[in-house]
Ligand binder design. Sequence first.
Ligand code: C2O
Ligand code: CU
Ligand code: CU
Length: 493
Amino acid sequence: MSISRRTFLAITLGAGVAGTGCYLFQPKETALRGSQFVNPLIIPSVLNGKVRDGRRTFELTVQKGLTSFFKGSKTPTMGYNGSYLGPTVRVRRGEHVSFKIRNKLQEETTVHWHGLHVPAVMDGGPHQKIAVDDEWEPEFTIDQPAATLWYHSHQFQKTAVQVYQGLAGLFYVDDEKSESLPIPSEYGVDDFPIVIQDRMFNRDNSFYYSDSMHDQMMGMIGDIFLVNGVVNPFLAVKRRRIRLRILNGANAQTYFLRFSDRREFFQIATDGGFLEIPVVLNELRIAAGERAEILVDLMPNDDVVLENSPRGGSARGGMMNRGSRNTVTGILRLIGNGAPAKTERIPSTLSTVRNWLPEKAVKTRRLVFQMGMGMMSGSGGRFTINGRSIDINRIDQIVKLNDIEIWELVNRSPIAHPVHIHDIQFRILDRNGKTPPENERGLKDTVLVEPNETVRVITQFETFADDKSPYMFHCHILEHEDGGMMGQFLVKQ
Ligand code: C2O
Ligand code: CU
Ligand code: CU
């Protein structure tokens, strides 16, 4: 049962006010907002691993740390091999890779490979827990097209707070295609990792994280943007054309990205890899968990800001958000320093994107996303899929190996949900019966489903069957996921 919009407004507005009254610390005033983009963007280091006996091995340590987001103060954070976020793990299609992951936190965690096609026991979901001081050594073969993927904590009911503190990093897959396309591909020179997050800070510059009903319902939305963990960043580029590999690493917020001068840019890749053709845009909607690669040209002396221009509408809750967040906020300043070069055309075709014909689907599954009455009593069962919250001991769907299926994602709640399915990449068939926009016609693992929207996706479940260990599907608003909007599926022989 879904609550009416009026009830919903009453609850959230009420909770918002109550929340304000009971801040343990006053949230920091956002004095740094504005166009003071004075901090050089940090480019995460690349982790190439070591090749031994025909396999590439990586070491990751999950650790606590202190990060200086503001001059003269330190914020307690978490990271991989560092204090906040993690290195960019880089692998090539066809490689056999293994990891040695040490948990040096004082709490349990997991490391999930978001977007990667791997066996369920290697997936790093809530079942692959790493105890304190313990190690986890997953290994798998990379078997999917070049893409910008990511990794993050998937600790059961703790994903939101662990990711918020910094447990996320990028995971690049390269292949022949990505290595031969005439597009910018020099890491940190003309090919930049761009992890965008929003956070709230307390006055003492510690992270503000709240489990108020408002923040659970809307997801935790901050008023300070971070790019690769840097507040108010700038990037001076030495090449005329650059590629930004954008990850929306937010807990909850959907971003509407554009440049301050509204210049055009090209989207060349979605979650799971290259699009077939570059798509010209001047605004990009990107929900939590989604990735997009874009190309943008910067002339010498160009000085533009990548900004978020939020909608008043449902996609981010509009007026229901705390404060006046429907204002445009700068995220990253880009300064063109490169000598003018000859204009190279962007390739008119990028790749062939795998697709599945709806006629070949053997099954359609319907998943209905709701926020139920339990909201009011706080009695659990609040965030549901098909009327049920996650039960870690229950399997919700069983898929037959190699089957092509259509999953119909139905949003019957007043908030947009970015729906993510593990193991596979899918194609979007339609949104409320309409063909998706051009920049969504690529491989996807996360798709935003708006209120009153039904999105049909199609995919094939291949390679890995397991009778016991499930994969997850869930809303990628991490507070919703932790609140129960998650289910489990088995892929069986
Ligand atoms: Cu990005 Cu189930 O996670
Ligand atoms: Cu995932
Ligand atoms: Cu959600």
